[in-house]
Design a protein around this ligand. Structure first.
Ligand code: FAD
Length: 382
């Protein structure tokens, strides 16, 4: 077996056991209570999983294929709970990646290291009430003041937002420059002027924490401004590197698609109608085969994309395609699982309704399918 597959397989066998024993049995209750589980989050951190993407010298796992292994982590966690997985995915990638890549040693020491141990919770906030897909139109301003910056604005849909200890915030230092005026700042949530507007109630991924955050003249020292290459905006600098996160969102879709397929297959063998298990009817068999086909197609492409990322190749097209293929295929898998369950699918005592609700998240988080198509179309020269 090649080294990439061997490392990923070993990694999967460990995390899959934790998901089956610890996360999956609690997932339904966490969903019903819309609870962010600090206990499971810390437990996972203590096992070292939050450091999957990072080298050993900063407390990471030091893996040879970090992107592939993080994709495995997102997929396996989402098989148990997409809501829980979404918070971990944010903590282990974008929210800490920004500090790792563009933060100074002080920021790494104060925020990154504790975040990889699960002692601090991290978030990343770009989306605003009036700036979603069109992120460059955001209104949060960072104004230069003596010794630092003053940040004012409102962010929405921030994953981990109401429980975060620090947040990488994207703000404009010069609105006339549009995207080129966007910079990233690490904001400590203890800072004066920061407040949680509200914790948002959702149709999907109940147990992920989603916040509306208010920044009212929040002072951040100069050292908290992330640094791009000389003369470039730190956000534009980061944009390329952060495209890998689209693959992790695709992995969340794979996890929930697999979970829906597993329960539907079992149900088709157990549920008896007209004197035989419904799986004896060819219509039900074909539905299950179509589900498997969509899942396998999505998995093959997603792991192709993260292997390219591990090989340090450009993945602009592949990451967007992975998100389109996996998110949309797996949403369809969840719809088909609902059909296999008939009326029982609508009942909260079966998880299949949760899987369908949660399968909407990967189609939107990190950019909608339309925006992914826009990105690929640009690569095609349009
Ligand atoms: C649960 C959840 C967690 C999230 N977590 C975070 C987070 O941690 N941090 C963060 O910053 N953001 C986060 N987001 C925000 C997410 O990235 C945005 O919701 C997403 O980018 C879409 O923005 P929007 O919701 O404002 O939709 P809009 O941009 O208003 O889009 C509405 C519709 O118009 C379409 N559309 C818009 N522009 C175009 C176009 N040019 N061409 C074609 N169609 C277009 C869209 O595809 C969509 O169908 C989260 C969102 C959710 C739902």
């Amino acid at each position: 077996m090649d080294p990439l597959r061997a490392e990923a397989q070993e990694y999967r066998s460990h995390i899959a056991r934790w998901v089956d024993e610890r996360l999956a049995p609690q997932a339904q209750a966490l969903d019903e209570r819309a609870e962010f589980s600090h206990e499971l989050f810390k437990e996972l951190a203590d096992l070292g999983y939050l450091g999957t993407m990072y080298p050993e010298d900063i407390g990471g796992s030091g893996l040879a294929y970090p992107y592939t292994c993080f994709t495995v982590l997102c997929e396996e966690l989402a098989r148990g709970s997409v809501g829980f997985a979404a918070g971990v995915c944010m903590q282990g990638s974008t929210a800490t990646h920004t500090v790792y890549e563009w933060g100074n040693p002080e920021l790494r020491e104060k925020y990154l290291l504790p975040a990889l141990k699960g002692d601090k919770i991290a978030a990343f906030a770009i989306t605003e009430p009036n700036a979603g897909s069109d992120a460059a139109s955001l209104r949060t301003r960072a104004t230069k003041v003596d010794g630092g910056w003053s940040i004012t604005g409102t962010k929405v849909f921030t994953t981990n937002g109401t429980v975060a200890d620090f947040i990488t915030v994207v703000a404009s230092v010069d609105p006339s420059k549009k995207a080129k005026g966007l910079e990233m700042f690490v904001v400590d949530t203890q800072a004066k002027g920061f407040s949680v507007g509200r914790r948002l109630d959702k149709f999907s991924v109940h147990c992920s924490d989603t916040g509306e955050l208010v920044f009212d003249s929040v002072f951040v020292p100069d050292s908290h401004k992330l640094q791009g290459a000389e003369g470039t905006s730190s956000f534009l600098n980061a944009y390329e590197a952060l495209t890998v996160d689209r693959i992790f969102t695709a992995a969340l879709a794979l996890g929930v698609g697999q979970a829906a397929y597993d329960v539907a297959l079992r149900y088709a063998k157990e549920r008896v109608q007209f004197g035989q298990p419904i799986g004896k009817f060819q219509a039900v068999q074909f539905r299950l085969v179509d589900m498997l086909a969509k899942l396998e197609q999505a998995r093959l492409y997603t792991y192709h994309a993260c292997a390219l990322a591990d090989a340090k190749q450009s993945i602009t097209t592949e990451a967007a395609l992975a998100k389109i293929i996996a998110a949309e295929n797996c949403h369809q898998v969840c719809e088909m699982a609902m059909a296999v369950f008939g009326g029982w699918g609508l009942m909260n005592e079966f998880p299949v309704q949760r899987f369908l609700r949660d399968s909407y998240f990967p189609m939107i988080g990190g950019g909608t399918g339309d925006i992914m198509r826009l990105i690929v179309a640009r690569q095609l020269g349009f």
